[in-house]
Design a protein around this ligand. Structure first.
Ligand code: BES
Ligand code: ZN
Length: 607
């Protein structure tokens, strides 16, 4: 029987400049992957059946897909295995990859099948040797597809505005367990065959795979943690509040729609703190502080199950709709689980990063200081900063304060409900908000500076700065300690992570080495097990060329690859003439252990 391509009328009201997909005529609706993982060659080999839907009953003469560094072996019509003609056209902009144009004999072809091999240097994939894992016994593979790296391992319309369901067959060598951002299907472990199924339509940047020696521990009926066996207990302890987080999130903005919420703690080279892959958050082991103090990242990834995964930014220009909403939501979850004080301190730490980053942004990069950004000439990754996160979240905080929590929460809940599994542009959001939150109050629109928040660089004057008694104390302590070296103001036994961070961030530019020595001896900061505190401490040490901390700095840079830490540390080392050589030496040793996403960033810093 011949399957007729499903006919759905659709029209896009926005243009995603980061896809080659001819989305106005045809869209991908489902991907069926069959992939064999070759850890020796560091490649995936297999096929992807791409189901198509057409804009109207004329169909299309061809379908254009995104690929990057893929070797295409064949393209066929899976209905009868007949070959289809195709061309691969590489773009001058590396990050765009190559357009795969498949000519359709029948303009309403239901699906095309692409057989291909990935490149060992594929941007989404990191292949770890056993030595780079905790157990050191088995190799490991991890993917990171956001923003436009799905095309380095899956031929698809790699646009957040094109949603697909997917299923996958993953074939692995003995002793390797794969896991994906999807429901489990029929696994055949003896044969090394595993199956997955994602029934909800998602953007391709949320397709994710990890494979290695992976064990599981349940936290509740619907939550659990995957990790290498040696890390599992620690990870499960650290993330024990996952279930409580889902309960708090559901109370705020409605039902969790992804069935399960599991997390996997990856080897330390994972380039992000967390990644909101549906049903399966990917997390860095640098969150395992031993005191649950960094779990706001988990709250953040969970929040994406509404903002981002359910209602998705239409293009990377609208990225703040994902991250700004999520950061706001994250802090609401933190507040309901850990209290107002903690949440307020996190708001303030975020505001500090934001101010810092906007000040540092080059004049040429001012576009990246806006919420809605013109990225037509940029890799979306180049725009990555705390702007979409903290400027976005602070814009929502301004709205919350003006309208009150009750109204604002109702508005957000309706926003998620009414746009579930849909795509959102900044413009569409503003229209929805004008109607459902402002309800015609043009004066409030003016006073709250809505257009300034969205379209101008910088931080609008009406940002809400929460008061924090705790931070008044830590700021005073930083001053007193730097001036007098009085350790009695350093409350090492009572300060929580946020207080430590504010104390360290509030240190003056120049601090005497004698003071740094005293502080390190007193609080053992160079040996801090908390990655955020260690990072903040090292930032102070680098700008003051405090040699005694540099062994610990090197160790930190060699044992983890989280870009949020690497980037500022290498930048600071390169900015200080006395640490520049050290930066280069460390990077030469460390580079091979970093994910391609991190090396792309750090290569540009350590030249
Ligand atoms: N989705 C992001 C990570 C991301 C963004 C990857 C853009 C690639 C391109 C994730 O949700 C995130 O924001 N992670 C943060 C968490 C933090 C802000 C709480 C991180 O990794 O640090
Ligand atoms: Zn996020």
């Amino acid at each position: 029987m011949l399957i007729i391509g499903c006919l759905t009328m659709f029209a896009f009201s926005f243009k995603d400049v980061h896809t080659f997909g001819n989305v106005d005529q045809v869209r991908t609706t489902h991907l069926s992957l069959d992939l064999s993982l070759d850890f020796d060659k560091k490649v995936m080999k297999g096929s992807c059946v791409v189901k198509l839907a057409y804009a109207d009953d004329k169909g299309a003469a061809y379908v254009d897909l995104d690929t990057r560094m893929l070797t295409i072996e064949s393209v066929t019509n899976p209905a009868d295995n007949s070959p289809l003609k195709y061309e691969l056209t590489k773009d001058a902009r590396d990050y765009m990859g190559a357009k795969l144009r498949v000519h359709l004999k029948d303009p309403k072809t239901a699906a095309v099948k692409v057989t291909y091999v990935t490149d060992p240097a594929a941007g989404a994939l990191q292949w770890l040797d056993p030595a780079q894992t905790t157990s050191k016994k088995k190799p490991f593979l991890l993917t990171q597809s956001q923003a436009i790296l799905a095309r380095t391992w899956i031929p698809c319309m790699d646009s957040p505005g094109v949603r697909v369901t997917y299923d996958a067959v993953v074939r692995v060598p003995e002793g390797i367990t794969p896991i994906m951002s999807a429901a489990h299907g029929q696994h055949e472990p003896d044969k090394g065959i595993y199956r997955f199924d994602m029934k909800h339509p998602i953007p391709p940047y949320l397709i994710a795979l990890a494979a290695g020696e992976i064990a599981f521990k349940a936290i509740s009926d619907r939550c659990g943690v995957y990790a290498e066996p040696a890390v599992l207990e620690k990870a499960a302890w650290e993330f024990a509040d996952m279930e409580k987080m889902v309960v708090a999130a559901e109370k705020l903005y409605g039902k969790y729609r992804w069935d399960r919420w599991d997390a996997i703690v990856l080897p330390p080279s994972f380039p992000f703190g967390g990644m909101e892959n549906p049903m399966l958050t990917f997390a860095t082991p640098t969150l395992l502080a031993g005191d649950r103090s960094l779990v706001n990242v988990m709250a953040h990834e969970l929040a994406h199950s509404w903002s981002g995964n359910l209602v998705t930014n239409a293009t990377w220009s609208d990225f703040w709709l994902n991250e700004g909403f999520t950061t706001y939501f994250e802090r609401r979850i933190v507040e309901s689980l850990y209290g107002k004080d903690t949440a307020q301190m996190q708001w303030l730490l975020g505001q500090r990063d934001l101010k810092h980053e906007i000040v540092e942004m080059a004049a040429a990069d001012q576009e990246f200081a806006k919420l809605y950004q013109d990225l037509s000439k940029h890799d979306p990754d180049a725009a990555f900063s705390s702007v979409p996160y903290d400027k976005g979240a602070n814009f929502l905080l301004v709205l919350e304060q003006h309208f009150g929590r009750d109204k604002f929460d109702t508005f957000l809940k309706n926003y998620f409900d009414q746009h579930a599994f849909q795509t959102m542009t900044t413009e569409k959001f503003l229209t929805f908000m004008r109607k459902n939150l402002f309800k015609g109050d043009e004066k409030a629109w003016e006073t709250l500076k809505v257009d300034t928040w969205i379209s101008d660089p910088g931080i609008p004057g009406n940002m809400v700065i929460p008061a924090s008694k705790n931070f008044e104390k830590t700021r005073q302590a930083a001053k007193t300690f730097a001036a007098k070296g009085d350790t009695s103001v350093v409350k090492k036994d009572t300060w929580n992570t946020e207080e430590w961070l504010d104390f360290l961030n509030s240190m003056p530019e120049k601090v005497d080495h004698a003071r740094l020595k005293q502080l390190d001896e007193y609080a053992n900061l160079s040996q801090a097990g908390n990655s955020e505190i260690l990072f903040a401490w090292q930032m102070v040490c680098i700008r003051n060329t405090y040699q005694p901390s540099f062994a610990s700095l090197e160790d930190f840079l060699l044992r983890q690859g989280r870009r949020k830490f690497l980037k500022p540390l290498y930048q600071a080392m390169m900015a200080n003439p006395e640490t520049k050589t050290m930066a280069k030496q460390i990077y030469t040793k460390a580079r091979a252990g970093y994910h391609p996403i991190s090396t792309a960033t750090i290569d540009a810093i350590v030249k």
